[in-house]
Structures are given as C-alpha cells and as structure tokens.
Design a protein around this ligand. Structure first.
Ligand SMILES: Nc1ncnc2c1ncn2[C@@H]1O[C@H](COP(=O)(O)OP(=O)(O)OP(=O)(O)O)[C@@H](O)[C@H]1O
Ligand SMILES: [Mg+2]
Length: 212
C-alpha cells in the first residue's frame, strides 16, 4: 500500500488537479485507488461526483489514522490524499502517512517564496527524503526545439538552492485540457488521450512510480 499526499500552502497551485489526474492515471494502469479529500472545499468530491467512470474510490474527510485501513477494506493499493492549503493538524498527519509528498508550485517567485512553510511541514512530518515539488501552470515550451520557459528553469534553481527541495523533472504546463477534462469529472487522458497534457501526466506518473 502506497500513499501520496499532495500539499502546498498556496491556493490554486494545482493540488486538486494533480490528485485527480494521478488517481485516474494509476487506475488506468491497473492500480486500485482510493482518493481522499481532506479539503473542506471538497473540490475532489465535486469532481468525483461529476465522474461517470467508477474506477476510483472516494473518501471525504475521514480520520487520517483510519485511511490505510479504509483503503485495505476497499482492496486499494494506492491512496492519493488532496489536502487544504493550510497547515491543519490533519494536513500534518497526512504528510506523515505519505510515502511521497507532492508539492505543486507555480513557476513564480511569489509561489516559490511561499514554499518556506511547506519545508517546515515536510521536516516536521520527517518526510524530508520523500517529497517532490511539481512545477505546475508552466508556460508551454515554444519553438521548434520546444525550449523550456526561462521562468521554469529559474524557479527550479531557486527551489533547489533556497529550500534544498527536490524538483520533479516533469513540468506540468498550463493547458486548457486540464480545465476542460475536470469540467465533467474526467482526466486529460480521457479528454484528449494523445494530447500534451496527457503526456505530461504520463511522464509525471513514471517519475512517481520510481520514487514510491
Ligand atoms: N496545469 C494546469 N493547466 C491549466 N489549468 C490548471 C492547471 N492546474 C490547475 N489548473 C486550474 O487552476 C485552478 C486551481 O487548480 P486546483 O484547484 O487544482 O488548485 P488547488 O491547489 O487544489 O487549489 P486550492 O488551494 O484552492 O485547493 C483550477 O481552476 C484548475 O482547473
Ligand atoms: Mg484544491
């Protein structure tokens, strides 16, 4: 049983989007997935309610201590926990439970600066060796050689140098497909299977698999 927790203190960085997409990706690859919504906004629950496929099991605001037992009961081998953008006691407990903490972050200095609180939480959860910052909302690469935007490289360097955090090699770009897919409870692999967004999630999942 592996547990992924998705957390950042910044609102709108992509916690829910990543939680939903990684759950669907894992389910498509044969995992039995429990997606846990710990955010009182219940964005994952609302996405799940719109979802037609029943490949992912949902749990809303359960006691964190009981998550693994609940997953086992449902025959799940992977848990993905979406957290609120706050350091609630439940957030810390979720980070402690996780094999890998994923930290979505926009490639902007304001968002990078806000990682200081996450660093504290990750350290408190003694999860320092098992985290990955995921740069999300990146500008799409341009030109024939598809060069990575300068803000992405700058953010990656700043995150590594300032906070000594690991940044995943896969970058998730700002793509309309993510918003369109989630409109009706889907993921990009279902909305546009051959699209670039689906390729990015595929690549991110490969990286995560190697780390858990
Ligand atoms: N890569 C992306 N491309 C395009 N839109 C995105 C991407 N990632 C997230 N979004 C959009 O950005 C908004 C915020 O994303 P999301 O809700 O996943 O963030 P969050 O971190 O869960 O926010 P909160 O802190 O409020 O829970 C949403 O409208 C979502 O559809
Ligand atoms: Mg959210």
């Amino acid at each position: 049983m592996k547990v992924l927790a998705v957390h950042s203190q910044k609102g709108g960085s992509g916690k829910t989007t990543l939680s939903a997409h990684l759950s669907v990706q894992a389910a498509r690859l044969g995992h039995r997935v429990l997606i846990v919504d710990l955010d009182p906004q219940e964005s994952v629950r609302k996405w799940w309610d719109r979802r037609v496929a029943d490949d992912v099991t949902l749990s809303v605001n359960p006691p964190v201590a009981g998550i693994k037992a609940a997953a086992k009961e449902h025959g799940c081998d992977l848990v993905v926990i979406d957290t609120p953008p706050r350091s609630a006691a439940t957030t810390l407990a979720a980070l402690e439970l996780a094999n890998l903490v994923l930290i979505p972050c926009r490639p902007s200095i304001v968002d990078v600066d806000a990682l200081d609180k996450v660093v504290e939480l990750v350290a408190r959860a003694r999860a320092k060796s098992k985290h990955a910052v995921i740069i999300n909302h990146a500008p799409a690469p341009r030109g024939v050689i598809q060069a990575e935007a300068g803000v992405v490289a700058d953010s990656r360097s700043a995150i590594e140098a300032q906070f000594k955090l690991t940044v995943a090699p896969t970058v998730i770009c700002d793509r309309a497909a993510f918003r369109h897919a989630m409109n009706d409870g889907r993921a990009v692999a279902e909305f546009e299977p051959a699209g670039k967004a689906a390729g990015e999630i595929n690549s991110l999942w490969s990286y995560i698999q190697e780390r858990i």
